[in-house]
Design a binder for this molecule. Structure first.
Ligand code: NAP
Length: 293
């Protein structure tokens, strides 16, 4: 059986791009995998790892003749990349991405997409705190969700082809509006990262002797925050700048709830604390039942 895609171009090849390259190859989903990386060091690494059939120093060279193009860089690079590749996209090609925010993709890339090319923004909700092509692995996407946010009127065949690719990479696919995606991710992913960055930042600002013991006794909950707070700084800067509205909305709610908790602790209102902790414990149980834990 011939592969579903003839030539797939990956623009950027870090954790997500290299995981995709690995699983595309393992599952036989592309005849040819063309990769663009801006840096010689990354291209050398990708060559050593054998992740690409062809390597390109410019994005326009990588997309020439591709029937599927996947942008796998931080969000702040999208506008320049879209402008560079637009004149070189093949008629009928599908342009997708893996970015963690979706309205900004439609805003930055949408207007540059030539007629006859199908934009299908996507977000495989799978990752680790590691970066770069060595960090990727083919099973990263297995049993995780991939969310596609095609703008109204997007060609259905193109959407189905992207959905089918992610399913064959092991993912469950859901289609939703970009705005809804960004709100859900603000709560489930962006806010938890912001909290982790804050807690670890607060801890490192403590006076020397406390700071040292925070590291020594990190197992008491702090350690899990340090793992999340080790995530890529550029990627997360871009996520907060591009999902500003939804993150600020969720942060406002969190701040109110924190103030209420602060008051309950100050006034010794044990029943309020216990009531909240009982509710949150039930949420954890329902996550386990939904196999999302
Ligand atoms: P990564 O491991 O840091 O890789 C980023 C890649 O983009 C590298 O190949 C890098 O090239 C390239 N790049 C960076 N800035 C660029 C620029 N200005 N122009 C051209 N290329 C550039 O990042 P990642 O974790 O794979 O994340 C990539 C995308 O996936 C992001 O949009 C992120 O929101 C999304 N995502 C990430 C996760 C996660 O948990 N990590 C999960 C889901 C979605 P060099 O090698 O030359 O630096």
């Amino acid at each position: 059986m011939s592969p579903p895609f003839d030539r797939v171009a990956l623009i950027g090849i870090g954790l997500i791009g290299s995981s995709l390259a690995r699983v595309l190859r393992r599952e036989g989903l592309a005849r040819h995998i063309a990769v663009h990386s801006r840096s010689e060091a990354t291209r050398t690494k990708v060559r050593e790892l054998g992740l690409a059939d062809s390597l390109h120093a410019t994005p326009e060279a990588a997309v020439a003749g591709a029937d599927l193009v996947v942008i796998c860089t931080p969000l702040s690079a999208y506008g320049d990349i879209a402008a560079a590749i637009a004149p070189h996209l093949k008629a009928g090609a599908i342009l997708t991405d893996v970015g963690s925010v979706k309205q900004s993709v439609i805003r930055d890339v949408g207007p540059l997409v030539p007629a006859g090319v199908h934009l299908v923004p996507g977000h495989p909700v799978a990752g680790t705190e590691h970066s770069g092509p060595e960090a990727g692995f083919a099973d990263l996407f297995r049993n995780r969700w991939c969310i596609l946010t095609p703008p109204p009127g997007t060609d259905e065949t193109a959407v189905n082809r992207v959905a089918d690719m992610w399913r064959r990479c092991g993912m469950n696919v859901e289609i939703m509006e970009a705005r809804h995606h960004d709100q859900v991710m603000a709560m489930t992913s962006h806010l938890p990262h912001l909290i982790a960055y804050t807690i670890v930042g607060t801890a490192t600002d403590l006076e020397g002797h406390i700071d040292a013991d925070v590291i020594k006794f990190a197992a008491g909950g702090f350690r899990d925050f340090t793992r999340i707070a080790a995530s890529d700084p550029v990627m997360w800067r871009d996520i907060f700048l591009n999902n500003r509205e939804a993150v600020l909305e969720m942060l406002g709610r969190l701040t109110e709830d924190l103030a209420a908790l602060q008051r309950a602790i100050r006034w010794g209102e044990g029943e309020k604390l216990q009531e909240l902790f009982t509710r949150t414990r039930a949420i954890r149980r329902s996550l386990i039942e939904a196999k999302q834990a």
